[in-house]
Design a protein around this ligand. Structure first.
Ligand SMILES: NC(=O)C1=CN([C@@H]2O[C@H](COP(=O)(O)OP(=O)(O)OC[C@H]3O[C@@H](n4cnc5c(N)ncnc54)[C@H](O)[C@@H]3O)[C@@H](O)[C@H]2O)C=CC1
Ligand SMILES: O=P(O)(O)OC[C@H]1O[C@](O)(CO)[C@@H](O)[C@@H]1O
Length: 376
C-alpha cells in the first residue's frame, strides 16, 4: 500500500487530502503543530466529511489514519520513513516552521532509504513560493542530505479549486465541494494516478495567477462586502442582489483583462475556473474566505492583481475597486491581519495604507479609485 503524509491536518488536510487519498486506499498519516488536531482525531478514532459532488452528497467516515503532533520526541518518525508522498496544505507563512521541524526527518530518511524518491505537493493560494520553500527545506540539512534531496525529492506547487470548511482546524466534521481536480505541476517522482482529483499539468505559475485572480478575486469580494453587511457565510452574500451585481461586474472586468494578458482560449479559461454546481449548500464562512486581507490585497494577488491587469489593458476596474475598498474595511476581530490593517489605517490614514498594502504608488489610478470607494 502507498503512504501519504499530510503536514497540516486542518480543513483541507483532512477534508480534501485525507479523504481523497483514503478513498484511493492509501495509508494516511497526519502531522500538525496544533496538538488539538491529533487529540480530536484520536479521541474520535475517525472524522466525518460531507463531500458535495455534482451528482450526490457523500457522507464519508475516514477511520484508517495515524495522527501526530510536531513533538520533540518525533513520534511521527516511523511513519515519515515509510512515506511516498508528502502533501502540505499550509498557509504560506507556515512553511518555514514545517521545514525546520521536518529537517530531522529528511536527514533520517536519507540515511535509511537513500534509494527512495519523494514527492512533496504544496497547497496554498500564493504563487511563486516554491524556490523559497525549497531553500527552507534544504537549509538545515547536512551537505550529503542536501545533495540527496536535490536528486530524490521534488517540491511541486498546485492549484486548489475547492472550498473546504469546518468550524475550526481541529473539528472532525468537515464539508467539502468536490467538483474540480487539484492541478499539480509535473513531473512528480511518485505515481498518484490512482488518486481521484489529482491532475498533473504544465504552466502552473501562469494558470495559478489566472485562477487566483479569476476565482478568488470574486470570492474575496463576496467575503468583504458580505462582512460589511453583517453576513457570516458566502451563500448569504451570494443571495444579496447588490453584492451579486458587483461580483458579476468584477468577473466581467477581470475576464476581459485576463483574456488580453494571457495566451489562453475562452474554453481553457472556462475549464480552469468553472465550478459546476454541487449538491447541497456548503456553509462556507466569510471568516475563511476573507482570512488575511493583507495577503489578499497585496500586489499581484486576487484583487490588486486583477485591478493591475485591467489598468494595463485599459479595462474598467470600478467593481474590483469596490471589492478592494471593502477589503480595507474588513475588521473581523478573529483575524489578526484584519486587525493589523485596521490599526494601520487609523494611524496612517487610508491613502498611505492603500499604498503600503497594495505596493502601488500614490498616483496610481487604482489607489485613487480604491480611496474614493472607501470614502463613499
Ligand atoms: N480550506 C480551503 O477550502 C482552502 C484552503 N486553501 C489553502 O490551503 C491552506 C490550508 O488551508 P486550511 O486547511 O483551510 O487551513 P487550516 O487552518 O484549517 O489548516 C492548516 C493547518 O496547518 C497546521 N499547521 C500550521 N503550521 C504548521 C506546521 N509548521 N507544521 C504542521 N502543521 C502546521 C495548523 O495547525 C492547521 O491545523 C492555506 O494556504 C489556504 O489558503 C486554499 C484553497 C482552499
Ligand atoms: O485560502 P485563501 O487564499 O486564504 O483564500 C480562500 C480562498 O481559497 C479557496 O478556498 C479556494 O481557492 C476559495 O474558496 C477562497 O476564495
Amino acid at each position: 500500500m502507498k503512504n501519504v503524509l499530510i503536514v497540516g491536518a486542518g480543513r483541507l488536510g483532512k477534508g480534501f487530502v485525507g479523504e481523497t487519498f483514503d478513498n484511493a486506499g492509501w495509508n494516511i498519516t497526519f502531522l500538525d503543530k496544533d496538538p488539538r488536531v491529533s487529540e480530536e482525531l484520536l479521541k474520535h478514532g475517525c472524522y466525518y466529511v460531507k463531500v458535495h459532488r455534482v451528482d450526490e452528497i457523500q457522507n464519508r467516515t475516514v477511520k484508517n489514519f495515524q495522527a501526530f503532533t510536531c513533538d520533540e520526541a518525533y513520534s511521527c518518525m516511523e511513519a515519515f520513513l515509510e512515506t511516498d508522498v508528502i502533501v502540505l496544505p499550509l498557509y504560506p507563512e507556515d512553511f518555514e516552521e514545517a521545514a525546520e521541524y521536518l529537517a530531522k526527518c529528511f536527514e533520517e530518511f536519507f540515511k535509511v532509504h537513500p534509494e527512495r524518491k519523494l514527492t512533496m505537493i504544496c497547497i496554498t493560494n500564493k504563487n511563486y513560493l516554491i524556490p523559497g520553500i525549497t531553500e527552507a527545506f534544504k537549509k538545515d540539512l547536512s551537505q550529503d542530505a542536501r545533495n540527496w534531496f536535490d536528486q530524490n525529492v521534488v517540491i511541486r506547487d498546485s492549484i486548489i479549486r475547492r472550498s473546504t470548511d469546518a468550524s475550526s482546524n481541529y473539528d472532525v466534521h468537515i464539508d467539502t465541494v468536490a467538483v474540480n481536480s487539484l492541478l499539480i505541476q509535473q513531473p512528480v517522482n511518485n505515481d498518484i494516478s490512482d488518486v481521484e482529483w489529482m491532475e498533473l499539468t504544465d504552466k502552473i505559475e501562469m494558470l495559478k495567477d489566472i485562477k487566483v485572480i479569476a476565482v478568488n478575486g470574486p470570492h474575496a469580494t463576496l467575503a468583504y462586502m458580505g462582512y460589511l453587511k453583517g453576513y457570516h457565510t458566502i451563500p448569504e452574500s451570494e443571495a444579496d442582489p447588490e453584492i451579486a451585481q458587483v461580483v458579476k461586474e468584477v468577473v466581467e472586468e477581470l475576464t476581459e483583462a485576463v483574456m488580453k494578458e494571457y495566451p489562453i482560449t475562452p474554453e481553457e479559461l472556462h475549464n480552469l475556473v468553472y465550478f459546476a454546481p454541487a449538491q447541497g449548500v456548503l456553509p462556507d464562512s466569510i471568516y475563511r474566505v476573507g482570512y488575511d486581507p493583507i495577503r489578499k490585497l497585496s500586489k499581484g494577488d486576487r484583487l490588486t492583481g486583477a485591478a493591475q491587469l485591467c489598468l494595463k489593458h485599459g479595462v474598467c476596474f470600478d467593481a474590483i475597486a469596490k471589492g478592494m475598498a471593502a477589503g480595507f474595511k474588513y475588521a473581523e476581530p478573529r483575524d489578526a491581519n484584519a486587525q493589523k490593517l485596521q490599526k494601520e489605517i487609523k494611524e496612517l490614514g487610508i491613502g498611505q495604507a492603500v499604498c503600503k498594502y497594495t505596493g502601488l504608488e500614490p498616483d496610481s489610478p487604482i489607489v485613487q479609485r480604491v480611496i474614493e470607494e472607501y470614502n463613499r
